[in-house]
Design a protein around this ligand. Structure first.
Ligand code: FES
Length: 128
């Protein structure tokens, strides 16, 4: 079964659907994995409290980049609160792989980055 998930991840890595920059996003957040220095930057656009567009740029391993693409798709249509309540287990379930502790950090970088961006956005008290 792992093989199927690996293929899906590789496909997202090679042909990401959500890579690139958004013009005038509501949320922009960069974060890096301190273990390897890899970086992701996320762009989110909001409308009426929901995420309508998401994209990302970065440099990272297959797991980090593929997870960025998969989660970008998942975030669309979610509220900021819903994204903030997402937990590690949910991300790992989506990926469907048994990951080592180091690799879990790779998989969590996208969600960690977006959550930081949401906290920053909310702290500015902006309403969308
Ligand atoms: Fe750097 Fe995975 S090795 S994010």
């Amino acid at each position: 079964m792992d093989e199927l998930y690996r293929e899906v991840l590789l496909e997202h890595y090679k042909n990401p659907q959500n890579s690139g920059k958004l013009i005038n996003p509501d949320i922009v957040q960069k974060d890096s994995n301190p273990l390897c220095g890899d970086v992701v930057e996320f762009y989110l656009r909001l409308k009426e409290g929901k995420v309508t567009e998401v994209s990302f740029e970065g440099k990272g391993c297959v797991i980090c980049m593929a997870t960025s693409d998969i989660l970008s798709e998942k975030f669309k249509g979610m509220s900021l609160d819903e994204i903030q309540s997402m937990q590690r287990e949910e991300v790992l379930d989506i990926l469907g792989l048994n990951l080592t502790h180091t690799r879990v950090k790779c998989a969590m970088l996208p969600l960690v980055a977006v959550k930081k961006g949401i906290i920053e956005f909310k702290s500015k008290g902006e309403k969308k």
